[in-house]
Design a protein around this ligand. Structure first.
Ligand code: SF4
Ligand code: SF4
Length: 197
């Protein structure tokens, strides 16, 4: 270590100079700043990023999940709990009377989405930042998951949504869906609705 380093003062002055240079540059060109004023400003997340889950619905508003348990089996964190029930429609064997995800255990690997044969669960909500006061608040139940729609859905997901015909899901609420009765009761299937896997 030379005398300059041993004295420290020149190095401190050099460090302050770099800080002042960046400060002045940011003041002159605020649009070029690489930081954002979080949480007032949040950076847009990549559309393919796997974030909070949502459950998909059929065109008649009923839950698309057939309670096959593939997602719960594939889940490495063991955070999915499904209660299966007989579906009133004889064409569909079962449905998820209750579907919960413990978000505190979830590692956001996306295996559940990959394992689902019915495209009944997605992680395209773009919702990541959430705080709460109790652990129970992070257990997402059926109603939460069915209403957890993305605010700004990316075009690919929107296209798939249209192809799969889940128009009621875009209303942002199950309130207007005549056949949705909640997570713990059998859900009648509208006769006129096309069959979905
Ligand atoms: S993202 Fe991974 S850890 Fe989370 S529920 Fe799905 S399979 Fe389980
Ligand atoms: S979400 Fe998909 S994989 Fe999971 S139980 Fe329902 S249908 Fe099966």
């Amino acid at each position: 270590m030379g005398l300059k380093e041993k004295v420290y003062l020149p190095e401190i002055a050099r460090g302050l100079g770099i800080t002042a240079k960046h400060l002045l540059r940011n003041l002159r060109h605020p649009s070029r700043m690489r930081t954002v004023e979080y949480p007032d400003v949040q950076k847009k997340l990549p559309p393919a990023m796997k974030l909070e889950h949502r459950l998909m619905q059929r065109p008649d508003g009923t839950i698309r999940c057939t309670a096959c348990m593939c997602c719960a089996t594939a889940c490495p964190a063991d955070c999915i709990t499904i209660v299966a029930a007989d579906h009133p429609d004889p064409a569909i064997e079962k449905y998820a009377a209750s579907y919960t995800i413990d978000a505190l255990k979830c590692i956001y690997c996306g295996f559940c989405v990959e394992a689902c044969p019915c495209d009944a669960i997605r992680m395209d909500t773009q919702k990541l930042y959430r705080v709460d006061y109790s652990r129970e608040a992070f257990v997402h139940d059926t109603d939460y998951l069915l209403n957890n729609h993305p605010e700004g859905m990316d075009p690919v997901s929107r296209y798939l949504e249209v192809v799969h015909g889940s128009a009621p899901a875009e209303t942002g609420s199950t309130a207007g869906i005549p056949h949705w009765q909640g997570g713990d009761r059998p859900i009648p299937r509208a006769k006129q609705a096309p069959s979905q896997p």
